[in-house]
Design a protein around this ligand. Sequence first.
Ligand SMILES: *Cc1c(COP(=O)(O)O)cnc(C)c1O
Length: 468
Amino acid sequence: MSKLYRSLPSMDQILDAVTEESDIGGLPRPLVKNHASDFLDICREEIRSGAITTSEQLELAALLPRLIAYVRVKSKPHFRRVLNATGVVVHTNLGRSLLAKSAIEAVAEACGHYSNCEFDLSTGQRGSRYSHVEQILCDITGAEAALVVNNNAAAVFIMLETFAKGMEVIVSRGQLVEIGGSFRIPDVMTKSGAILHEVGATNRAHVHDYENAINDNTAALMRVHTSNFRIVGFTKEVTLPEMRELGDKYALPVIEDLGSGSLYSLEGEGLVGEPTVQQTVAQGADVVSFSGDKVLGGPQAGIIVGRKEYIDRIKKNPINRAMRIDKMTLAALEATLRLYLDMDVARQKVPTLKMITASQESLKSKARRLVEAVRNELGDDAKVGMKKGFSRVGGGAFPEYDLPGTMVTVEPKKISVGNLKDALLDTDPPLVARIEDDTFLLDPRTLTSTELKMAASALRQAVDILKK
Ligand SMILES: *Cc1c(COP(=O)(O)O)cnc(C)c1O
């Protein structure tokens, strides 16, 4: 065995061989050295386990194809594009919302050049970075003032920390949500120093529950959008106008965490039950927070709008600085918001809205093109067809709604759908899709037109990987 260890090629031999390869030859030497050294460790392990038994197997020529493939895979950037064929539009694991073209351009412009990020061009003096989005947020939502922080979790935290540190906030038991990724309203509240005062039963809360809970240490009344779940049946929640009335009676601010927070009403698509930010502001919430990258379809951000006196207090909170958004977010957010100045433009240009509101005909035509592309690539290797199915909004919005559409089904021959799904994680780019009733399903809703061919090619690559 020790003779085998000594038969391993030297690092210099390996580095010279890798340099000959056109696509990875130019990689920095220290990087290649690390990967090569890991590869040699794998070989040593194989000698130990008995997988390698002869010195011929350890000759450079014999190891080279595997070594090159290993270095090629390992040296790819870690952050990569992925094809989303799941049909979940706001897919948190796959990066949530895609930015509109104008937003992408604004980001490139903002980070490749100097800008008036915090510079007032009318005075030549220092300016506020929030000025770029504050007015437009007020114009669209009807609020008096606005502020943007890193994400909605930060927005909820800073609202509570500002208004209710050491004091009580009244929330209905039915709204104490966990949205995943360890964000739970009760836990965020504890961290902010606010004291949760739960009222009502799981399925029902009444105005008098809130009223009875109000005491000298009450700082605010809060509503939390129940995002990712619904309580159905014998239920009651106190409405925002009722909360407003109570807030006025006891001089308490009404805070609303809207979660997804849409600026575009999706009622026309049959998606009801989620008020827009505009409606929430109009119904009298003092401060409203929502995400920039859920249904709004912009960059990751936590947007807070509401009455000026409250927003000003949040702005002065020193924690605000720790939650500051960067210039790329600002640029993308302003460009996205500009699209909302005309709701029809927003529906056509904001990818998230475009995908949610896609017509049945357009989805069917995309499915047909995808079928054709996949048949071209897979030929006899799979049976490819279409069937009716459902997509999801995702991002904790409209959890009870199925968006109808046309799915592409792929039934590979001699390959299990589970293996196909796994192999698709190794393709370039990787493709993520669903398995339903033992059928592999591609939902064209979340693939752009140019991605249809790429999806077909990924399937080809995956089948090739499995055939080897
Ligand atoms: C998604 C969500 C959050 C967190 O928003 P992020 O932008 O992901 O930080 C908070 N509250 C509710 C109700 C949500 O749905």
